[in-house]
Design a protein around this ligand. Structure first.
Ligand SMILES: Nc1ncnc2c1ncn2[C@@H]1O[C@H](COP(=O)(O)OP(=O)(O)O)[C@@H](O)[C@H]1O
Ligand SMILES: [Mg+2]
Length: 270
C-alpha cells in the first residue's frame, strides 16, 4: 500500500443534544469521521450547523451526549483533570474571537511563559525561555521586546491572532482546531494568518482541523473536507472530490454562494 495514512483523531456516532422537550436542539447528530495525521481537514457548514459544538467536544470542553472520540486509535480518556491536561498537550485550538481566548489581565509574556511551562519547560533558565518566546514571536512577525509589558487588549485583532499562533508554535500540539480563526480580521491579515498556519503545519507536521462557513477557504487550504448541515456530515472526501464534484444540493448551494472561489484565496495578489 502506498504510504499508509495514520488516523490521529476519529469519532463514532458523536452527538450533542442541548436542552429538553420542546427546547431540545440536536446540535451534532451522529457524526463519524477519521482525521489523518498531517492533513488539513475542513469542516464546512452554515452558521448554526454544529461546527463549534463539534469542536468543543473534540477538545473535551463539552461532553458528548452520545458517541465516542478516539485519539491515536484509542478511546479517548479525559475522565480526570490530569488526563485532560495531558490530552491538551496534543490538541489545541484557536477561536474566532481571539480576545475571548485570553485572560485579559495576564500580560503577554505571562501568556507565552504558560505555554513553555505547559510543555515541561518550567525549569529552563530564564534566558532560554526568553529565547524561545522571541523565536515564537519572530515566527509570526511580532517583536517580543515590544510585547513583554503589554496586555492582550492592547493588541490589534490581527496581532492577537498572530499571538495565538505564537502560542501554538510553543505548545507544539499534534492537532490544531481552528474555529473560524480568520473571520474577524481583514483580508490581508487573513492571508497572512493562513500562510502561517500552513507553514506551522509543514514545520511541525501538525494536523489542522479548519472550521469555517467559507467553502472557498476550505478548498484553498484542505486535503479533506466534511460538509456539515444541521448537525450531520452530509458529504465528505478530498477537497477536489467534494468541492469540484459536489453531490449534495447543500454543498452545491454553499459553492454557488462563493462566486470567486479560485480568485479570492490567491495569495499571490495578497
Ligand atoms: N450551549 C448551548 N445551549 C443550547 N444550544 C446551543 C448551545 N450551543 C450551541 N447551541 C445550538 O446548537 C446549534 C449549533 O450551534 P454551533 O455549534 O454554535 O454552530 P456553528 O458553530 O456551526 O455556527 C445551534 O442551533 C445553537 O443555537
Ligand atoms: Mg461556530
Amino acid at each position: 500500500m502506498p504510504d499508509e495514512k495514520k488516523v490521529c483523531l476519529s469519532g463514532s456516532g458523536l452527538t450533542k443534544v442541548f436542552g429538553f422537550g420542546r427546547q431540545k436542539t440536536v446540535a451534532v447528530n451522529h457524526v463519524d469521521f477519521n482525521f489523518y495525521e498531517g492533513e488539513v481537514i475542513s469542516i464546512v457548514g452554515e452558521s448554526g450547523s454544529g461546527k463549534t459544538t463539534l469542536a468543543k467536544m473534540l477538545l473535551g470542553l463539552l461532553k458528548p451526549t452520545e458517541g465516542e472520540v478516539y485519539f491515536q486509535g484509542k478511546k479517548r480518556d479525559i475522565s480526570t483533570h490530569k488526563k485532560k491536561k495531558e490530552y491538551w498537550k496534543s490538541i489545541q485550538a484557536i477561536f474566532q474571537d481571539p480576545y475571548s481566548s485570553y485572560n485579559i489581565f495576564r500580560k503577554i509574556d505571562a501568556v507565552l511563559l504558560d505555554c513553555i511551562n505547559m510543555r515541561g519547560g518550567r525549569h529552563l533558565p530564564h534566558a532560554k525561555k526568553v529565547e524561545m518566546m522571541a523565536e515564537a514571536c519572530g515566527f509570526v512577525n511580532l517583536k517580543f521586546e515590544e510585547l513583554t509589558n503589554k496586555y492582550p487588549f492592547e493588541l490589534s485583532g490581527g496581532q492577537m491572532q498572530r499571538l495565538m499562533i505564537a502560542r501554538i508554535f510553543l505548545l507544539n500540539p499534534k492537532i490544531l482546531l481552528a474555529d473560524e480563526p480568520t473571520s474577524m480580521i481583514d483580508a490581508c491579515s487573513r492571508a497572512t494568518i493562513l500562510d502561517m498556519l500552513m507553514q506551522l503545519r509543514k514545520e511541525i507536521g501538525m494536523t489542522i482541523v479548519f472550521i469555517t462557513h467559507d467553502i472557498g477557504l476550505a478548498y484553498y487550504v484542505s486535503d479533506s473536507v466534511y460538509i456539515m448541515e444541521r448537525g450531520k456530515f452530509v458529504e465528505s472526501g478530498s477537497a477536489d472530490e467534494v468541492i469540484l464534484h459536489p453531490k449534495e444540493a447543500y454543498t452545491q448551494r454553499l459553492i454557488s454562494d462563493v462566486p470567486k472561489i479560485y480568485e479570492e484565496w490567491d495569495l499571490s495578489t495578497a
